[in-house]
Design a protein around this ligand. Sequence first.
Ligand code: ADP
Ligand code: ADP
Length: 228
Amino acid sequence: MLEMTDVSKTYPGGNVALRNINIRIEQGEFVFIVGPSGAGKSTFIKLLFREVLPTSGSIRLNDVDILNLTAKEVPYLRRQLGIIFQDYRLLPDRTVYDNVAFAMQVIEAPYRKIKRRVMNVLDLVGLRRRAYSKPNELSGGEQQRIAIARAIVNSPSLVIADEPTGNLDPETSMEIMEIFQEINNTGTTIIMATHDKEIVDSMGKRVIAIEHGEIVRDELNGVYGYES
Ligand code: ADP
Ligand code: ADP
């Protein structure tokens, strides 16, 4: 589903964030991206949704060359992805329901279909009862659940998460990971950058380690491999 060939990224100013990345990720995989601060993890994640363009190389997602998309096609690409950030990025003055429904309203889904689907994904993340609360009335873990519901509401084939548990305590983080596992169980590919050693070591997934912009390790059933 994802193929990067000889991908390098040097930022204007000369910071080399990634060098010669070659990677294949198949549909249905669950992959952790680990590595020290400054290694290039965020840049790798941002390449996947065209937040950043590489300096050279090619990136294919579901057999589409995402580097040759027109400006009009980029939003279409992003709607096929679910993207989750450390800081949730919710609309604070909208309800939980509206935060999730918004992603479907954008694609002009019919009202009844939206309602049914939003309630289903809120069930999946355990927030149906909080549908008409505002995000700031909920805990950090619950807010991240909203963000996860929003990310999956349009049934993306790939969910991308950048430090999704970075602001959460260990117990809440594990609960969040159970939700990611459930999503993965339905065949959705998950690519997650994380500093969370406990999570990576307990999940037994493919682990890709990046250091100084290069892949130094790529193991199935891998470990975090750094001091936390
Ligand atoms: P990580 O997520 O692993 O901490 P990043 O991808 O954020 O790593 O950063 C990789 C390297 O690229 C670092 O040296 C960082 O300073 C640099 N970098 C990241 N973003 C930018 C940017 N927008 N402009 C210039 N340099 C950047
Ligand atoms: P993250 O690693 O989660 O992106 P950072 O604090 O490293 O968080 O980066 C915050 C923002 O600053 C990002 O948009 C990143 O691209 C940018 N950035 C990171 N390093 C640099 C840098 N050396 N020069 C300019 N921008 C940078």
